[in-house]
Design a protein around this ligand. Structure first.
Ligand SMILES: Nc1nc2c(c(=O)[nH]1)N[C@H]1C(S)=C(S)[C@@H](COP(=O)(O)OP(=O)(O)OC[C@H]3O[C@@H](n4cnc5c(=O)[nH]c(N)nc54)[C@H](O)[C@@H]3O)O[C@H]1N2
Ligand SMILES: Nc1nc2c(c(=O)[nH]1)N[C@H]1C(S)=C(S)[C@@H](COP(=O)(O)OP(=O)(O)OC[C@H]3O[C@@H](n4cnc5c(=O)[nH]c(N)nc54)[C@H](O)[C@@H]3O)O[C@H]1N2
Ligand SMILES: [Mo]
Length: 787
């Protein structure tokens, strides 16, 4: 039987810590996922739902963006996919009655876990000016309110439209059309906080902001470097692909400050060996790097390659570099080679915390590999120097021609299940001209050309009174963004905040003067509209597009899909005698009644979607064109793959301080907290922990188990505080600490962003530990007076 929602928040006093796990997945994980599903959905609905995940005519798992293999298993899901599904397919409901019982102030007292556990949002709710409670509203009233507010703006640039990465291609395409039809490019998205650094680095160097490998390439690679990523928790199905590669002889190198369980050993619950045996050791080499040292590592590997190449050529042996590829397909090699040759091994050692011998050992693996892939996620993208770090990843791969051939390439592993598709659809504050031109032609209007705000710029605009309206197409802007106190104050500056959501979260509670909650259907829900069961499409992390169709009875009868919600707002603004000037022309009613209409528009605007409808029929998958992968075509400024000479950067940690990374536990999906455990890291029944090396803890005079405040310090002298974290001695490099997001977002200064991509530096926050009760003026853990 499904269990009712919890009435209490996480009780941190029960927090327990034990030794971290040394392996991931296996049968306990499947059991854990089933337990959570049954709590949320009951047994029958669980079975029915989980059997449909990622099946050819089922729904796309809302968990992560890792692609499905062509041959599907019966239960093509993982523990965390199952949790994501259970979270959405829950039978719990947040009704008007719930909002009548709880004031906004009362709800604000609860944590993200409690809020999410209450169930699905089912009816439009409005928070009027100056009142304490949300009240129910009709769909018309809610959508009229939004359209009227938009019409009343002095300038369309006063409106900000955020997107999280679960939104389907169809909804995303319509949404950007709505926004551009209104006259602004203010389309910040979760990508700005996520893989933006990847997009920027890859566009500059390879001419496409996406990865260049397919799932088959992963299977066929001979060396896979997994850097700054925790797949055991965040992309569990990737472990099966890595296992397959290993069985075909691949070597796997994990580059991470933490010995993450999934990288160490994997028990695949889908094969007998994984159920009863010891499982497969995944990483052949664990490279325990200092946070922010990756650029140095990739430069060091390149230096080793260049040196060994020279030596071999001098000895009359075949070289290491792919000379034909370098000549035919790359530019600017000389400047890069000069910079690397001049670099010093001792500086690489300082930056990485690794010895020269260790780096050369990994370099030998690179040399020996005929086909190398580098996979990465947030450990590489959320640093100040992430763009240059990723450019150096590309540099290394180019040396041996590891782009555009089987088993080789770059593999940024995306987070949200359709974050890549949303970008393809135009969710981007600086969409390139060819897209805008095609959009203009298709809808007989003129899309604005002035770039819009990204996420951090949007917060600044709201803070500074330049914005008055915010709409979130999914996500949890208030909790996911940096500098929580600043962001919350910024949100409160607005006149209207609108959240299109499946579940209750903090962004519904920290609002403008007025607020609207627009509930919506999710991936798992049956979307019956215009007399048919509608499908939507998504693009996975490797550029493959396929359909997704939910089957479950929706949480309430009159609920709308994201497509229908956007189409109805668009109709209010763009149709009839009062249509806004410069309105895009489309048949909004037809769009709502059949999403194939949207796909026809997408096909007309975006290259690669020819025969869209036929190609997604019967659950088929098709690949979008990818110049570097398909034909070694690089649309960069030089028309070739571009080597870049990047000055080496790495964080310097002031005396008495630590570098903090803010990361995910095993029981969360971004700001959605499924439970209180981080099983693989040995943390149970609590989240307010800070993982520190025992040497650092000793130096700061704090014992394991002691409660401290985390205080971040920023270059302008300002300080931010997150209170009451339990110190856990952990195997992390000296000087490097870790704690969970979003509890620690309050520590990330708004202006601390990656150069070139604007991504908040969530993996690079300078903090000190301060003992509790060491009142003003007394000495603290870090040996400095507290304020
Ligand atoms: N279950 C589950 N699945 C998810 C998510 C979720 O929250 N829960 N989130 C989704 C989203 S949106 C995303 S973007 C992805 C995130 O997937 P990940 O990027 O795996 O997520 P994080 O927890 O942020 O982990 C970052 C990893 O990088 C390492 N790291 C930190 N700093 C450095 C560094 O300087 N160098 C190196 N080499 N490593 C470093 C950390 O130790 C950690 O292992 O997962 C997606 N999938
Ligand atoms: N400190 C720190 N901050 C970070 C990160 C970090 O590593 N450290 N990671 C960053 C990253 S990688 C990302 S991607 C962002 C994530 O930022 P967001 O995408 O904004 O956050 P989520 O927690 O994924 O959003 C969850 C909410 O989405 C809504 N939702 C779920 N499914 C649907 C759906 O199908 N439709 C609609 N309309 N709504 C839905 C639910 O209401 C749920 O409460 O956070 C970033 N913030
Ligand atoms: Mo993400």
């Amino acid at each position: 039987m499904a269990k009712s929602a919890p009435t209490a928040d996480i009780d941190e006093s029960k927090l327990r810590v034990s030794a971290p796990a040394t392996e991931a997945v296996g049968v306990p994980a499947v059991m854990h996922a089933l337990e959570m599903s049954i709590e949320q959905m009951g047994l029958v609905r669980s079975a029915r739902t989980l059997l449909r995940v990622n099946q050819k005519d089922g729904f796309d798992c809302p968990g992560c963006a890792w692609p499905e293999e062509d041959k599907r298993h019966i239960a093509e899901f993982c523990e965390n996919g199952a949790k994501a599904v259970a979270e959405e397919a829950t039978v719990r409901r947040v009704t008007a009655d719930f909002f009548a019982r709880h004031s906004v102030a009362d709800l604000l007292e609860h944590d993200d876990y409690w809020l999410g556990q209450q169930g699905r949002l089912v009816e439009p709710m409005i928070l009027d000016e100056g009142v304490t409670h949300y009240r129910p509203a009709s769909w018309d009233e809610a959508l009229d309110l939004i359209a009227d507010e938009l019409r009343g703006l002095d300038s369309p640039d006063e409106a900000i439209f955020y997107t999280s990465g679960r939104t389907s291609n169809e909804a995303a395409f319509l949404y950007q059309l709505l926004v551009r039809g209104l006259g602004t490019n203010n389309l910040p998205d979760c990508s700005n906080m996520c893989h933006e650094s990847s997009g920027v680095a890859l566009s500059q160097t390879l001419g496409i902001g996406k990865g260049t490998v397919s799932i088959e390439d992963i299977h066929d690679a001979s060396l896979i470097i997994v850097a700054g990523q925790n797949p055991g928790t965040n992309h569990p199905r990737m472990l099966s692909a890595l296992e397959k590669a290993k069985m075909k002889g691949a070597t796997i190198v994990a580059v991470n400050p933490l010995p993450e369980a999934g990288l160490m050993r994997f028990k695949n619950p889908q094969i007998p060996r994984g159920v009863i045996g010891d499982g497969t050791p995944i990483a052949d080499q664990f490279v325990q790097i200092r946070m922010g040292g990756d650029q140095a590592l990739f430069q060091a590997l390149a230096k080793h390659l260049l040196e060994q190449h020279e030596r071999r050529i001098e000895a009359g042996e075949p070289g290491i570099l792919d000379a034909d590829f370098l000549t035919a397909h790359t530019s600017d090699f000389a400047a890069y080679a000069d910079l690397i040759q001049a670099a010093s091994w001792s500086e690489f050692e300082t930056a990485t915390g690794l010895s020269e011998a260790r780096m050369r050992e990994i370099g030998d693996l690179v040399i020996a590999s005929p086909a190398t892939i580098v996979c990465w996620a947030m450990g590489l993208t959320q640093h100040k120097h992430s763009v240059t770090t990723l450019r150096d990843v590309v540099n290394l791969l180019l040396l041996q021609g590891n782009v555009g051939r089987p088993g080789a390439g770059v593999c940024p592993v995306r987070g949200h299940s359709n974050v890549q598709g949303d970008r393809t659809m135009g969710i981007y504050e600086k969409m390139p001209e060819p897209f805008l031109e095609a959009l203009d032609a298709e809808f007989s209007f003129a899309a604005p050309r002035k770039h819009g705000y990204d996420t951090v710029e949007a917060i600044r605009a709201m803070r500074d009174g330049k914005a008055r309206f915010f709409m979130g197409m999914g996500g949890n802007f208030v909790s996911a963004t940096p500098d929580t106190a600043v962001t919350e104050a910024a949100m409160r500056n607005l006149r209207l905040t609108v959240e299109v959501s499946t579940k209750l979260n903090r962004s519904h509670l920290v609002t403008g003067t007025r607020a609207v909650i627009v509930p919506t259907l999710g991936r798992t829900d049956r979307d019956h509209r215009g007399g048919i069961d509608q499908r939507v499409t998504v693009e996975d992390s490797m550029g493959a597009v396929h359909a997704s169709r939910g089957r479950l009875k929706p949480p309430a009868d009159d609920m709308l899909s994201e497509v229908a919600i956007v189409a109805r707002i668009a109709e209010r603004l763009f149709a009839g005698p009062n249509a806004l000037p410069n309105a895009p022309r489309a048949d909004w009613k037809a769009i709502e009644a059949d999403y194939a209409t949207v796909r026809a528009h997408i096909q007309a605007v975006i290259p690669g979607f020819d025969d869209y409808e036929e190609r997604i029929a019967k659950g088929r998958t098709f690949f979008l064109p990818n110049g570097p992968r398909d034909e070694r075509r690089f649309t960069t400024v030089t028309g070739k793959a571009l080597f870049t000479a990047n000055e080496l950067e790495y964080p310097t940690i002031p005396e008495g301080h630590l570098l903090l990374q803010t990361l995910r536990s095993h029981d969360q999906y971004n700001t959605t907290i499924y439970g209180k455990d981080d099983r693989y890291r040995g943390i149970r029944d609590g989240r307010r922990v800070v993982l520190v090396n025992s040497t650092d803890a000793d130096a700061a005079g704090v014992a394991d188990g002691e409660i401290v405040d985390l205080v971040s310090v920023w270059t302008d002298g300002s300080e931010r505080r997150a209170e009451e974290f339990r110190v856990v001695h952990y195997d992390t490099p000296v000087g490097n600490a870790a704690a969970y997001y979003p509890e620690t977002n309050v520590l990330v200064p708004l202006d601390s962003t990656a150069d070139g991509s604007g991504t908040p530096t969530s993996k690079s926050v300078i903090i000190r530990l301060e003992r509790r009760g060491s009142g003003a003026g007394t000495d603290t853990a870090a040996g400095r007076p507290s304020s």
